[in-house]
Design a protein around this ligand. Structure first.
Ligand SMILES: [Zn+2]
Ligand SMILES: [Zn+2]
Length: 113
């Protein structure tokens, strides 16, 4: 009895089903580099995604007034910044203040006159 059978079927190669393409890896790395970073500018991202309009009072803002438009985190967690913007809401500083109604934006609003 031969220990090796030459006709024994070869073990099938494992299919690389779960291995991402290099393109996907590159894209993932790129996103990781920007999203979730402490300095990641979700505000610019949200303005670009949702437009320069307050989600509450529907007031529109121009480029020059963009500082009056802020990004509210719907779930209240400012670390939760999904790339699709589903946790962001563009609110003007007045509506944003109203939304929180706790004066947490006091510093931001202090320079209004
Ligand atoms: Zn508003
Ligand atoms: Zn907020």
């Amino acid at each position: 009895m031969s220990p090796r059978d030459p006709y024994k079927r070869k073990a099938g190669r494992p299919k690389p089903e779960s291995v991402p393409t290099s393109e996907e890896i590159a894209r993932g790395v790129k996103e990781l580099k920007s999203f979730g970073k402490p300095g990641f500018n979700y505000r610019e991202r949200s303005l670009a995604l949702h437009g320069m309009i307050c989600a509450k009072c529907a007031r529109e803002f121009k480029e020059a007034d963009r500082r009056l438009l802020t990004v509210h985190h719907i779930d209240g967690n400012d670390q939760n910044n999904p790339a699709d913007g589903s946790n962001w809401e563009n609110l003007c500083i007045y509506c944003h203040e109203d939304e929180h109604s706790r004066g947490r934006l006091g510093d931001y609003l202090r320079n209004d006159d």
